[in-house]
Design a protein around this ligand. Structure first.
Ligand SMILES: N[C@@H](CCC[C@H](N)C(=O)O)C(=O)O
Length: 276
């Protein structure tokens, strides 16, 4: 698709985070998209750019209120980003005074809702067939042939969920980086490590595909809720402590719902030179 150039007056952006998972948000409604892989990498550089875990570009809705495209800091595309979806849903509902929003993403239409002061988003039903996760071959998704016996779940992006006895003993960087590119995942994978504390509470740490360790991962949290329930370890509605705070997940008939904190950090204008 044809992208537009950064305007000479600069490119306005908003910085937000959801439980410490941080985002640059660009608004391209009514315009051609601006993000290219190179621009995503430049903005994502924490020394020479702004820095983010994901970049979210708001686009015009297609029979929805808005559309959202997601990018990782290495310039790759992410099919889903739960925490950025919560952030954008929260802003959109605050700006319009409405209490629900529909958002088109590459995985389909997602719904956000205000419930009191909580912003909930439905991240959609989990993908539980091997070809759509996607995996390289037909294997048991509940017991992947990878050391550590992870569970595979798709949430519009791939996940490998490991259950561990002591999360403090896991070298998330080393293990995450190695599993991210396991040949069983032809498009690489996000990697979650989970210690189950009770039937309604878990602790999770994450290595995100294309980004590395982050303080939270919304789609990863949804994948964990699904994997833990499928393994018979938890109920469908759980609380999850991540490095950046707490999330709440509820796997219902219509999809995996999630809530947690969102915060606007600052607004800024990117210099046109950033893309040069
Ligand atoms: N932080 C995100 C998910 C990030 C996407 C991921 N790195 C990918 O490439 O799939 C979230 O909150 O879901």
């Amino acid at each position: 698709m044809q992208t537009r150039a950064i305007p000479s007056a600069g490119l306005p952006f908003r910085k937000m985070h959801g439980a410490g998972n941080d985002f640059v948000i660009l608004d391209s409604r009514g315009m051609a998209p601006v993000v290219t892989p190179a621009l995503a990498r430049a903005i994502g550089d924490r020394h020479r750019g702004v820095g983010f875990d994901q970049l979210a570009e708001i686009r015009d809705g297609e029979n929805t209120d808005i559309s959202l495209d997601f990018w990782n800091s290495d310039g790759s595309r992410a099919g889903a980003c739960g925490n950025a979806t919560r952030c954008v849903a929260s802003e959109w509902m605050a700006e319009t005074g409405r209490d629900s929003v529909t958002i088109r993403t590459t995985r389909g239409v997602l719904r956000g809702e205000m419930r009191g002061t909580e912003v909930w988003v439905n991240m959609g039903p989990p993908v539980l067939d091997w070809a759509s996760v996607p995996l390289a071959r037909d294997v048991d998704l509940l017991h992947l042939p990878i050391e550590g016996d992870p569970v595979a779940v798709g949430m519009g992006n791939p996940h490998a969920v490991f259950f561990v006895d002591d999360i403090g003993a896991v070298d998330v960087a080393a293990r995450g980086a190695s599993v991210e590119h396991d040949p069983l995942y032809p498009q690489a994978t996000n990697v979650e490590f989970v210690e189950v504390r009770s039937r309604d509470e878990v602790r999770m740490r994450v290595w995100e595909r294309g980004t590395g360790i982050t303080l939270a991962c919304g789609s990863g949290a949804c994948a964990v809720a699904v994997a833990a329930h499928q393994r018979g370890l938890t109920e469908r509605h759980i609380r999850m402590e991540v490095d950046g705070g707490w999330l709440e997940l509820d796997w219902r008939e219509d999809g995996v719902w999630m809530t947690g904190p969102v915060a606007r950090v600052f607004d800024g204008v990117l210099s046109p030179e950033i893309g040069a």
